[in-house]
Design a protein. Structure first.
Length: 366
């Protein structure tokens, strides 16, 4: 059983919750994080980071990473730039942080191997989720033609029905962010076993909960909505608001990472981590507004689509349940009330309009 764990990006949203989970189980935790301004600006240092060995630095620094991995039993690699839309115009930033950063980490691990490497991957690599046609055929490769409506259809124009997406669905990489996450997981799953290290990639669906960077317009959907509502503005929803997402609470995600770290040697590979249920984006906006006591701030439906966005995707978590013992415990209504309570104690700059203008100026909104 590992006792010393390095978390790259460990000062971030998921990382801080994972630190707490590991510390409760008696682990020694080392954190590397470059405290990027877009995520951490204006945020006080989380008290949990005083209980870990924290180094502020970039995972692309070979000397830093060589020291960071030394003496560790396991590595959880969370360090990454996150944002589908932003990745489409800050390409070098995303590829550098996500893929070069992973390469530098793995280069360091060749000299100082650990028992297990766990990397945070993303649902975004699926593109559209799995669908079923009217005749019962399972459809993997779906390309939307927005001239015919928001929802994907088959060759005869019949609606396709979304269904839970398993790990075997072939990737459909629709954004630079998705490409970088796929490269991250493939690097880890290829290089680590070659040097005797067990490897796991957790494909995270939409993570939410207290602690998200509310002023970051490229973070999770509920945090973006919360920043708008906190500033007395309605959530802005692309398309018609009927696109469906699978949300999972951050404490459940932290539990999944702990389980991946502690898994037996024969448990390796890719696992979906989600809530296993769907909700429309419009419903999310309405529910959060009600939870925050602002039900009159109904979502503003923009009727426009962003390049790289998908219509529907929900996780099939059967494999994670069977092999990792993972099962989400926090229901969305309960988690949303907790999030609303936390948000009311925060301050947030609403930068959603600024982010939208960036996309529009580059022709990434249609």
């Amino acid at each position: 059983m590992p006792t010393r764990v390095l978390i790259t990006g460990g000062a971030g949203f998921i990382g801080r919750h994972l630190c707490r989970a590991l510390l409760r189980r008696g682990y020694d935790v080392r954190v590397i994080d470059d405290m990027v301004e877009q995520v951490h600006a204006g945020q006080p240092l989380d008290p949990v980071l005083r209980d870990v060995e924290l180094t502020v630095g970039n995972v692309r620094n070979p000397d830093l990473m060589a020291k960071a991995v030394r003496g560790m039993d396991a590595v959880v690699h969370l360090a990454a730039e996150v944002g589908v839309g932003q990745s489409m115009y800050e390409i070098d930033r995303y590829v550098g942080a996500n893929d070069l950063g992973t390469a530098v980490l793995l280069q360091a691990l060749i000299a100082s191997p650990v028992r297990r490497v766990v990397v945070a991957s993303s649902m975004s690599i699926y593109g559209e989720g799995l669908y079923r046609a009217a005749d019962g055929t399972v459809v993997e490769e779906v390309i939307r033609d927005l001239r015919g409506g928001w929802d994907p259809v088959d060759a005869d124009g019949n609606a396709l029905v979304p269904m839970p997406t398993p790990e075997w669905k072939r990737p459909a990489l629709a954004s630079v962010y998705a490409i970088t996450k796929f490269v991250q997981e493939r690097l880890v799953l290829t290089v680590a076993p070659a040097y005797g290290m067990r490897s796991v990639a957790l494909r995270l669906f939409n993570v939410y909960g207290p602690g998200q960077a509310l002023s970051n317009p490229y973070t999770g959907v509920l945090a973006i909505f919360a920043a708008r509502l906190l500033n007395g503005k309605p959530p802005q929803v692309f398309e018609d608001g009927q696109q469906r997402r699978d949300l999972v609470h951050v404490t459940d995600v932290a539990d999944a990472f702990v389980r991946a770290v502690e898994a037996p040697d024969d448990v390796c590979g890719v696992f979906n981590i989600g809530g296993g249920k769907t909700v429309t984006i419009r419903e999310l906006g309405m529910q959060l507004a009600a939870a925050m006591g602002r039900p009159k701030l109904v979502p503003e439906i923009l009727g426009k689509a962003r390049t790289g966005d998908i219509r529907h995707c929900v996780a099939d978590i059967t494999l994670a349940r069977e092999q990792l013992g993972f099962s989400p415990r926090r229901a969305l209504p309960e988690g949303m009330l907790e999030l609303a309570e936390w948000v009311h104690r925060q301050q947030a700059a609403d930068r959603v309009g600024e982010a939208r203008r960036e996309l529009e100026q580059r022709g990434l909104v249609a």
